[in-house]
Design a protein around this ligand. Sequence first.
Ligand code: NAD
Length: 241
Amino acid sequence: MKDTVTIVTGGSQGIGRSIAEFLAAKGGDVVIFDIADSSDIVQYIRQKGQRSEFYQIDVSNFNMVGEAVDKVIKDMGRVSNLVNNAGITADKLLLRMKEEDWDRVLQINLKSAFNCTKAVVRYMLKTGGSIVNISSIAGVMGNAGQANYAASKAGLIGFTKSVAREYGERGIRVNAVAPGFIKTRMTESLDEKSRETMFKAIPLGRLGEPDDIAHVVYFLLSEYGSYITGEVINVNGGLYM
Ligand code: NAD
């Protein structure tokens, strides 16, 4: 990752934080876009010897994202990679789901990827680049109680393949990673019974760690993934195969 600058959205905690730390450990500079304070991780990355910046923005806001990407170019000199990771859930069965639950999840999980990708591709046209969108097993299989979330994550897969087709010849690769159940704040609310049922359904018999996702994202962003574009990599312990 030497001499690369990667923007990671939602990098203040969970999977995004793991991705940011792992890319920095591999020698890359990292910029975090998050609505929550991420100064501690920026300090951590700087102490490890890499450059790092944090912009506190809502990635579903088109104008804020455009301005933040311009600042990245000014401060860091380039943008080599983008990881669209920020996401939320607002789970309810369809009949109980409010219009605002639908809109908020689609805005933050899907529109944010449009905002960030459009803003970085302008620069990547000259330099090439690599983009990874964090989808979900729910976007591949569907999940009761997550019609909004699954639609946003399936939308990310269509988005990934379309942008990969549009800009492949300009040296821009676009891929998606579809995590299964990973140990983060998003899954800690699962009760004991749901956890047990889950473990039985996962051939590898455990929840994933955030690093399990970070390693695959690194692979896709790095030279090791240089002939892969428009792909969706499932990282789920075999829950879906
Ligand atoms: P998390 O809740 O721990 O972290 C999400 C991050 O996104 C937080 O730092 C949060 O502040 C940030 N964020 C939320 N809204 C934002 C906004 N509007 N603007 C900027 N930042 C915002 O979640 P996680 O489990 O680490 O999930 C990361 C990604 O992985 C999400 O897209 C999620 O859908 C996906 N995913 C997670 C799992 C899992 O089991 N944890 C499974 C499949 C997919």
